[in-house]
Design a protein around this ligand. Structure first.
Ligand code: HEM
Ligand code: SF4
Length: 572
């Protein structure tokens, strides 16, 4: 008999009766606000993480109380489009069951924070009543599929949205566990359990080795950060007509500090496919990863490592075999930026669309800026739809020209500004981190706005206040805010201390590299000050900060993921 080296999570999945585990029993257990440890792994597949308020840990431990457990709930919204009716319901859920905020995520969906166990089922049911769900929003499955923000902007954007919905449906887990647990569906008994194995024709009982993320981009915007994802489709238009997709495979962000066999990686472009082959390709790529991915070591289980271990050509050949045909040659495309175009834009059908910058994606009311109430009022008036972007921003979309002034007036009345304070802030993004994320090593969402205020003083001094420089921060190296694709990236080490990365490409095609290790706020500012001043003086026409630091010899370029840790020349 051969030894079974598979990771613990593989056993949990195998024994879970297709993601049921003992979640249902745990929900009715009133002596604790938590659920069983193995069930926390399964709960992710249902779109929820068990967390605890880390701000309260010390105080509660002193009082010998259990941790302040609560649950994060993430929705599945392929393509990020939300109707006014859904917005109202989602806003109600935030105030009734969560912490009265809506968090727009870096993968264009909503998260709720602070839902206690006794409200978990009610919240799931309320989400379902809006015709949305949380299935596969986390876990070792295909997660929320993102498409280029705003399906109404052009015909190709519409195609991208349709593909996001189509591929999300096709790769959705089929288990009845979700309905049984959250929607009081019929329970599976021992007698019917045998049939469960057949419940998942694509995933089987072990699902995927690790998470799997798909995005769809429409050039010249790379707002979805296509090279950061396991699988991507780039819309190709020729002579103004949509003709099909270039396919990208093998991107990913997460790594572990100090472990050089873990690294972020940008995806490779495998080739071109016709529109009707997009969903079969998605299935072929995902099942190849299902069968080839590393199930022994979770930290090496993402598709990016399968590509590194097996080689891009071997992976491509296997996908072509499963697809039954070869990829076509990659068609030309050009990306310009990963950011959102903030402000008003008119679509091909003459309707108006307003992209609003939402700092770190948190929608809330604060004195002087009651944004949450403003969006709710817009939803109640039914004069726009809502699109979430992968930069944690919000688009008010499908606006008739006559309603444009009405929207502007309502936003102004609630203190919501269309302009943002600086190009850098507009291009900034932070993950949630403390106090909810159990993996956080340092602050992120609560720290970055203040740090940007300080860096703005430097850019202002250099005359660069309006220049867009992409800045991203995460509280740990897992990379939820895609910090390794930022021109200036910060990754948490310990409270108040970050690693500083420089040199990613503005169009999202090149990773950055470690520049300084273990630096605090003062050191960060001292290091950036001369670089920003040099950039202002020495840059060539149209040169972005990330390209400049490479040309100026400040940092070496990371041409591909496995070079992320090499050629380091640290300043601290
Ligand atoms: C090993 C890798 C990772 C782990 C274990 C992990 C775990 C987590 C956890 C626990 C949270 C919840 C934080 C909270 O809301 O309190 C979270 C949030 C999130 N993660 Fe990850 N994550 C990983 C990598 C990534 C990567 C690479 C991406 C995107 C490319 C990503 C996207 C997100 C998003 C969109 C959120 C929602 C909050 C936000 O927008 O910042 N995660 N992740
Ligand atoms: S990057 Fe780390 S700290 Fe930030 S949300 Fe993801 S897991 Fe948590």
């Amino acid at each position: 008999m051969t030894a079974d080296n598979r990771s613990k999570n593989e056993h949990i999945k195998e024994d879970s009766h297709q993601l049921r585990g003992t979640i249902l029993d745990g929900l009715s257990e009133v002596v604790t606000g938590a659920i069983a440890e193995d069930d926390t792994q399964l709960l992710k597949f249902h779109g929820s993480y068990m967390q605890d308020d880390r701000d309260l840990r010390g105080e509660r431990a002193k009082k010998k109380l259990e941790k302040a457990f609560s649950f994060m709930i993430r929705l599945r919204i392929p393509g990020g489009l939300v109707t006014p009716k859904q917005w109202i319901a989602l806003d109600d859920i935030a105030s009734t069951y969560a912490n009265n905020t809506l968090r727009l995520t870096t993968r264009a969906t909503f998260q709720y924070h602070g839902v206690i166990k006794s409200n978990l089922k009610r919240t799931m049911q309320a989400i379902n009543a809006t015709c949305l769900d949380t299935i596969a929003a986390c876990g070792d499955v295909n997660r929320n599929v993102m498409s280029a923000a705003n399906p109404f902007l052009s015909k190709a954007h519409g195609k991208a949205y349709d593909l996001a919905k189509g591929v999300s449906d096709h790769l959705l887990p089929r288990t009845g566990a979700y309905h049984e647990i959250w929607l009081d569906g019929e329970k599976v008994t021992d007698a019917t359990r045998k049939a469960e194995v057949g419940e998942e024709p694509i995933y089987g009982v072990h699902y995927l080795p690790r998470k799997f993320k798909i995005v769809i981009a429409v050039p010249p915007d790379n707002d979805v950060d296509i090279f950061a994802h396991d699988l991507g489709f780039i819309a190709i238009e020729e002579k103004g007509e949509f003709v099909g997709w270039n396919v990208t495979v093998g991107g990913g962000m997460g790594m572990t500090h100090g472990e050089l066999d873990t690294f972020p990686r940008t995806a490779d472009v495998l080739g071109f496919v016709a529109p009707e082959d997009a969903i079969p390709v998605a299935e072929a790529v995902m099942t190849t990863q299902r069968d080839w991915g590393n199930r022994n070591l979770r930290k090496r289980a993402r598709l990016k490592y399968t590509m590194e271990d097996r080689g891009v050509e071997a992976f491509k050949a296997e996908v072509e075999k499963r697809l039954g045909k070869p990829f076509g040659a990659t068609r030309p495309y050009t990306f310009k930026s990963t950011g959102d175009v903030i402000g008003w834009r008119q679509g091909h059908d003459k309707k108006w669309h307003l992209t609003l910058f939402i700092e770190n994606g948190r929608i809330k009311d604060v004195p002087g800026e009651t944004a949450k109430t403003a969006y709710r009022k817009l939803a109640e008036q039914g004069i726009c739809e809502f699109v979430l972007t992968s930069n944690q921003n919000l688009i008010l979309t499908n606006i008739a020209p006559k309603n444009k002034p009405k929207i502007e007036a309502l936003l102004k009345e609630h203190g919501v500004s269309i302009a943002t304070s600086s190009g850098m802030r507009r291009s900034s993004m932070a993950c949630v981190s403390l106090p909810t994320c159990g993996l956080a090593l340092a602050e992120s969402e609560r720290f970055l706005p203040g740090l940007i205020t300080d860096i703005e003083k430097l850019t202002e001094k250099a005359g660069l206040r309006d220049d867009e420089i992409v800045v991203r921060m995460t509280g740990c190296p897992n990379g939820c805010g895609r910090p390794y694709l930022a021109e200036i990236g910060f990754v948490g080490r310990t409270p108040g201390i970050y690693n500083l990365y420089l040199g990613a490409a503005f169009d999202g095609s090149r990773l950055n590299k470690l520049y300084a290790q273990d630096v605090d706020r003062a050191k960060i500012l001292a290091l950036l000050d001369p670089l920003i001043a040099r950039y202002a003086k020495e840059r060539t026409e149209g040169e972005h900060f990330g390209d400049f630091v490479i040309r100026a010899g400040v940092i070496a370029a990371t041409k591909q993921g496995n070079e992320f840790h090499s050629d380091l020349n640290l300043v601290s």
